[in-house]
Design a protein around this ligand. Structure first.
Ligand code: MG
Length: 413
């Protein structure tokens, strides 16, 4: 893994000059509008639990005024939890727009994601995270995109400088979340899909399990591993389908393969179940994409029995109160003696990729072929041997994925 300081790789001089010049802008920066729209990401794929045929997500645009010129921050929630427009438009946005403009700004006069988060979460009771966490994830992404654009820094670079001592990963481990079921052509369909990912430069791949019998799934797993370098590069995902007995049964069958990881064997909040499963499954487990707050992650750490030397936590910032909350989660896991490198954010979107680079988590999921145009990364940056690199333009990089940028512009028209 290559590590570096982001200033070595971006136009550091101009960024630093801008950082020093915010005094002059202090009275001019103002959030003027928050627009939210629903987008479809319908897909014929299904996992062990749900079909994605009716899936939607919320897209957010924040407009700020900088010296008479509009600047836009874009965000969206991750796949799997449907659009949450009403929470954003009826609760969060009015609180931000009716707040005194200055309390939303940091000492440089730039919109401050933490202050904005506190404002839109006013009058929201603790607990009951669910759909509210998803709405917050979309809105918070737009705030961070806006803030990093105002500072004229890539988001990963802003994160590195402000929250990671200037360190970052020049290359990020990425793996496609795929490996779907192909009724009637199970083995060939799966192997063809995987060969496609390998041709695109991926090395670590993930496949679905739990949608057929154990016997069928083991044949699929072995067939998938045959087209790869080996099973140690293959992760499997049960999408929280199993009870403890079934999870153990799969564990016993898969354990000799020493898979990259065994993901979401159980209900995400069955912490005791996870603690029992690790007693009989020695290789890596992964879970967390369906936990929605730092409080749930704390419960997982306290009661889930996960092992800090091999297991993975996959909280999705765009489903779980955003990057602002994710920074608190990093603090939390480190307080519990875990390395942030055991975090590997779910979602396959550019926010998670920026986080993986700038905060040096263990990698990022990738969706090169599904949940389009919201899944996947910048158009022109290749994946090589399972790793990808980051962009050097301000913000999250949404404008560098042309189809996504175009889609958002159309939605906001
Ligand atoms: Mg998963």
């Amino acid at each position: 893994m290559i590590e570096t300081s982001c200033y070595l790789r971006t136009q550091s001089a101009s960024s630093r000059t801008l950082l020093r010049n915010y005094e002059a802008l202090k009275t001019k920066m103002r959030i003027e509008e928050i627009r939210v729209r629903t987008a479809g990401i319908q897909s014929s794929i299904r996992n062990a639990f749900i079909s994605f045929e009716e899936m939607t997500l919320s897209v957010v645009r924040i407009r700020a005024d900088k010296g008479g010129h509009p600047l836009y921050g874009y965000g969206f929630c991750s796949n799997g939890r449907y659009s949450q427009d009403e929470i954003i438009s009826k609760r969060f946005a009015p609180r931000i727009l009716s707040a005194p403009p200055d309390i939303l700004l940091d000492e440089d006069g730039v919109p401050d994601p933490f202050r904005i988060w506190d404002v839109f979460m006013q009058n929201e009771k603790p607990g009951g995270h669910g759909d509210r966490a998803v709405a917050a994830g979309a809105l918070d992404m737009a705030v961070w995109d806006l803030t990093s654009k105002i500072r004229e820094m890539p988001l990963w670079c802003l994160l590195s400088e402000n929250y990671n001592g200037g360190q970052s990963n020049e290359e990020v481990l990425v793996y496609p979340g795929g490996g779907y079921y192909y009724p009637g052509k199970e083995i060939k369909g799966l192997q063809d899909e995987f060969r496609g990912y390998l041709d695109q430069g991926y090395r670590y791949l993930k496949m679905k399990i739990g949608g057929e019998s154990l016997n069928t799934d083991m044949k699929r797993i072995e067939a998938a591993a045959r087209v790869m370098e080996g099973p140690e590069f293959l992760a499997v995902d049960a999408n929280a389908r199993f009870n403890l007995n079934k999870a153990k049964e799969y564990g016993r069958a898969m354990e000799p393969l020493r898979l990259f990881w065994y993901e979401e064997p159980l209900d995400p909040e069955d912490f005791d179940g996870h603690a029992r499963l690790v007693e009989s499954y020695e290789p890596s487990l992964a879970t967390g994409e369906n936990l929605f707050s730092r409080h749930s992650v704390r419960n997982l750490l306290r009661h889930g029995g996960l092992r800090s030397d091999r297991d993975w936590i996959q909280l999705d910032p765009a489903l779980a109160y955003g990057l602002t909350e994710y920074l608190r989660v990093i603090e939390l896991v480190e307080e519990h003696g875990w390395s942030r490198r055991r975090l590997i954010p779910h979602g396959g979107h550019q926010l998670s990729l920026n986080i993986a680079a700038g905060l040096q988590t263990g990698g990022s999921e990738s969706y090169p072929g599904v949940f389009q145009p919201f899944g996947g990364f910048a158009d022109d940056i290749p994946v090589i041997n399972g790793y990808t690199r980051l962009h050097n333009s301000p913000g999250i990089g949404i404008e560098l994925k042309q189809e996504l940028h175009q889609k958002i512009l159309e939605l906001m028209d």
